[in-house]
Design a protein around this ligand. Structure first.
Ligand code: PEP
Ligand code: MG
Length: 599
């Protein structure tokens, strides 16, 4: 778009800096909101026109889907995933030919004298209800296909493209009301230089994936999609959580300079790659990486870590409908462990589906108003043991090829832990009977991310091989704030006295039981918090690749004694604001000009 076009005057949109970096580019508005079709009565002589309009929309939707199918298949991906996508496309294409969907909508237009949008909505609602009542889980799941197909046709009726992420062909900044973690995972960093969403918080999984892809992102802006037009020039400052819409010449020049400085700061940090994360007085902490997909191991290594402290395996299951088979689990974990340097450890977290990590499959869709408190994590695995056992068999088989650890998410008490341990023991016994080799000594640890687990961490420490603290959920549940909800993101306070006390208590209990303890929540990768966390005396911090060099630099330029002093001071304070102000002041004094993320 030419620069001399009339455009909105410059303005600033604020949000939450979710992934660091500066991007400058054009806005691409991605419509991920639900359409609200307008229903209208029509006269008898409009019936033919309305029917024609409907059939044209169906043809348009079919052609579009054929194109997407072709593009996706060409793009490749794992064979299983391709078969899966292919199958979904075929089901949708068939539905667009289906008598029940097409002919019955035409009949409704004619008989009820209503416009195509209204007729299609009524008809798809009827079909969805029909599938909902099916006994068979597979048939019940078809209701979401009907909803997707109908949505696509409605978009054609509205004359708007169903903006598809895979249609993006050149470098843009995506502006969307919301992106699911699965959407975000499909972004191609070569074509998307940043993204902005109205919804979301700093530890939402969408933000986590953005950091993994190393794409600057600002989330929780509330109104970005209303204030920004497609084609607007944008500056996205993922460090400060700010967007400059149509910046003036001077502002643009200032951000180009900031971008240059940030990039050269990052380039200089990477020089520490092969050095240990050790304080000047000799306290060493292991730095590990968090991954969502096997492809990310490369980035973890190139940023200077060799161990995976958290593999979020539920991402194996997003963007598809069928569960991974035992073989797929096995091959994936084997690939991850074999792509790391010899002797490295991979901590595989068993499925933590639920909350904002929603599987395509209707089988795991919860109609709950509080999905974060619903059937997620270990609860879901204990309720659907066949899924858990399939994954455990895959992990155990892969443990023969590299050092693996099993980590259980969302443990809330001893009963759950014991139940999971029993299943693991039974699975091992089964493999032994089958003569399949595996690591009989594979450590089984738990995430401490539910307040009840933190409170009884002394008891849990006696039965778990290790702890990894999931601060994202621990903060969410302790402070009672939805981590994906932008309206309460101001309450996300990792340095809240309640959180600091809990961390101190968990680590103390792990120490007493002599088990290793780490943090793998986003807090671990926040350079601003590095010294306070270091003061806790952790064994390991696990984080997204992009944070590793910065956190390492801070550790290497500090002493353990001063980190302990900072923690001690912080623990004496009464409010989160007090601790934050103190830590920010101290950190900015010690590390000026180092792009510490704004709190
Ligand atoms: C956490 O809760 O801190 C964590 C690491 O797990 P997730 O972000 O996947 O919930
Ligand atoms: Mg969690």
């Amino acid at each position: 778009m030419a620069d001399n076009n009339i455009r909105m005057p410059s303005c600033v949109v604020n949000g939450v800096g979710a992934s660091p970096g500066i991007a400058i580019g054009r806005a691409f508005l991605l419509d991920r909101g639900k359409l609200k079709p307008r229903g209208e009565k029509i006269s008898s002589d409009q019936v033919a026109f309305e029917s024609e309009r409907f059939l044209e929309a169906v043809t348009g939707a079919r052609q579009e889907l054929e194109e997407i199918k072709e593009r996706t298949l060409k793009a490749g991906g794992s064979e299983v995933a391709s078969q899966e996508h292919n199958y979904i496309f075929d089901v949708h294409l068939l539905m667009m030919k289906d008598k029940m969907l097409v002919d019955d909508t035409l009949t409704l237009i004619k008989e009820k004298k209503i416009n195509a949008e209204w007729a299609l909505s009524l008809n798809s609602e009827k079909i969805i209800n029909f599938f909902k009542q099916m006994q068979d889980a597979y048939l019940r799941e078809r209701q979401s296909d009907v909803a997707h197909v109908s949505e696509r046709i409605l978009r054609h009726l509205a004359g708007s493209d169903y903006d598809s992420i895979d249609k993006i062909s050149h470098g843009v900044i995506i502006v969307a009301h919301d992106l699911s973690p699965a959407d975000t995972l499909q972004l191609n960093p070569q074509k998307v230089s940043a993204f902005i969403t109205d919804l979301g918080g700093r530890t939402s999984h969408t933000a986590i994936v953005a950091r993994s892809l190393e794409i600057p992102a600002v989330v929780g802006t509330e109104y970005a999609t209303e204030k920004i037009n497609g084609g607007d020039r944008l500056v996205v400052d993922g460090i400060e959580g700010k967007i400059i819409v149509n910046p003036g010449r001077e502002q643009l020049a200032a951000y180009q300079e900031k971008k240059k400085q940030y990039n050269s700061f990052q380039a200089q940090l990477i020089l520490n790659r092969d050095l240990p994360a050790e304080t000047t007085d000799g306290f060493r902490v292991a730095l590990a990486g968090n991954i969502e997909t096997p492809e990310e191991t490369e980035s973890i290594i190139s940023h200077g870590a060799s161990n995976i402290g958290l593999y979020r395996t539920e991402f194996l299951f997003l963007n598809r409908r069928t569960l991974p088979s035992e073989e797929e689990h096995f091959l994936t974990y084997k690939k991850v462990t074999e792509s790391l340097p010899p002797g490295s450890t991979t901590t595989i977290r068993t499925f933590d589906l639920g909350a904002d990590k929603i599987a395509e499959s209707e089988r795991f869709h919860e109609d709950s108003v509080n999905p974060a408190l619903g059937l997620r994590g270990i609860r879901l695995c204990l309720n659907h043991q066949e899924i858990f056992i399939t994954q455990l068999r895959g992990i155990l088989k892969a443990s023969h090829y590299g050092k693996l650890k099993i980590m259980l998410p969302m443990i809330s008490g001893l009963k759950e832990l014991r139940q999971a341990l029993e299943i693991i023991a039974a699975t091992k016994a089964e493999l032994e009977r089958e003569g399949v080799p595996f690591d009989a000594e594979i450590p089984v640890g738990i995430m401490i991310e539910v307040p009840s687990a933190a409170i009884i961490s002394d008891q849990l420490a006696r039965e778990a091989d290790f702890f990894s603290i999931g601060t994202n959920d621990l903060i969410q549940y302790t402070l009672a704030l939805d981590r994906s909800n932008e309206h309460v993101s101001y309450l996300y306070e990792p340095l809240h006295p309640a959180i600091l006390r809990l961390l101190d208590q968990i680590i103390d209990n792990a120490r007493k039981a002599e088990i290793p303890v780490s943090i793998c929540g986003e807090m671990a990768g926040e350079p601003l918090y590095t010294l306070v966390l270091l003061g806790l005396g952790l064994d390991k911090l696990s984080m997204n690749a992009i944070s590793i060099p910065h956190v390492k630099q801070i550790i290497r330029q500090s002493t353990f004694v001063e980190a302990q002093g900072m923690l001690e001071e912080s623990l004496k304070m009464e409010t989160a604001a007090e601790v934050e102000a103190y830590v920010a002041k101290e950190m900015n004094r010690r590390f000026p000009e180092t792009f510490l993320m704004k709190i």
